[in-house]
Design a protein. Structure first.
Length: 299
């Protein structure tokens, strides 16, 4: 279990590095319009963006290893620490200043996740043994929720656009984590089982789609607008997959109070961060030094 936690933390650090480096590269590309091969070629000329792609691959490998050794209900919520890593790295790379509001939100989120995991104490479950109907319902729900969020995002602008697309990306990443869990669970029975699992081939479609969706979210606005929703919706979606599809169990009885408290703390800190002046107005378009208005610099 300790190895699973360590791998999940390292995956979060790699994912945060990927987000910051890709956002740095994406700043050189147009922020409007659909993602295209021409835009992809433009991004590929940016060393920072290429570094971000490398970090994604590293993070995916670490996450897969973590999911192979621990339940999705343990691994995915840990990834919320990615937010803290991202904000710190972002402040260094983009020369922006984090304030007490952001630091309080990050610390509160981390405490909420810790409380939630202790209260959950997840166990059991078998992604490979989950029924076809459960998988079908989970996949349909994911597509519906993600599609709705993408539509809302494309109808919005600046910080709101980035926030909607960030949540959509997080939900989709929770889905890809479920597919990885299914693939690694099948691999435990042998290579032939892994190659015969439909989840393995579904990843070939879901992975690139998630990548493109991430690019849209990163191009839509500041990292502090897209990253909270992306980071938090991922583990929340995974909770649904773990309990509803894989049959993983969590503690009940008095522990429910602690679970609700942990979830409430995470939600409250998310609202606190969402109300940050850093997310307000058109400054969501850039992380350029000095782009923050006076009301932000004085917070």
């Amino acid at each position: 279990m300790a190895l699973s936690v360590l791998l999940a933390v390292l995956a979060a650090a790699a994912n945060a590095t990927a987000s910051v480096l890709q956002r740095k590269g994406a700043r050189e590309a147009p922020s409007e319009g659909a993602f295209s091969f021409g835009l992809l070629w433009t991004l590929a000329k940016q060393p920072a963006w290429i570094g971000g792609i490398t970090a994604i691959a590293v993070g995916f490998g670490l996450q897969a290893a973590a999911l192979a050794t621990g339940p999705i209900l343990l691994i995915q919520p840990i990834l919320v620490v990615e937010l803290g890593f991202t904000l710190v790295l972002s402040s260094v790379v983009f020369h922006s200043r984090l304030h007490a509001r952001e630091w309080s939100a990050v610390l509160g989120m981390s405490a909420g996740v810790a409380l939630l995991l202790v209260a959950f104490s997840p166990s059991g479950g078998d992604p490979h043994g989950a029924g076809a109907l459960a998988w079908a319902v989970g996949c349909a729900a994911t597509v519906a929720v993600t599609g709705t969020l993408v539509v809302l995002g494309r109808r919005s602008h600046h910080a709101r656009r980035a926030a909607f697309l960030g949540v959509a990306t997080g939900v989709w990443f929770g889905f890809t984590a479920a597919l990885v869990a299914g693939m690694t669970s099948a691999a435990n029975a042998g290579v032939a089982e892994a190659l015969g699992a439909w989840q393995t081939y579904s990843l070939l479609v879901a992975g690139p789609l998630g990548f493109l969706l991430l690019q849209e979210a990163l191009r839509a606005g500041r990292l502090v607008a897209s990253q909270p929703g992306l980071t938090l919706s991922n583990p929340l979606a995974s909770v649904g997959w773990g309990v509803g599809v894989f049959g993983e169990t969590v503690r009940s009885g008095p522990w429910i109070v602690a679970e609700i408290a942990g979830a409430a703390l995470i939600a409250a800190c998310t609202v606190l961060l969402a109300r940050s002046p850093l997310l307000q107005g058109a400054q969501g378009e850039s992380e350029q030094p000095g782009a923050e208005p006076e009301c932000v610099r004085d917070v």
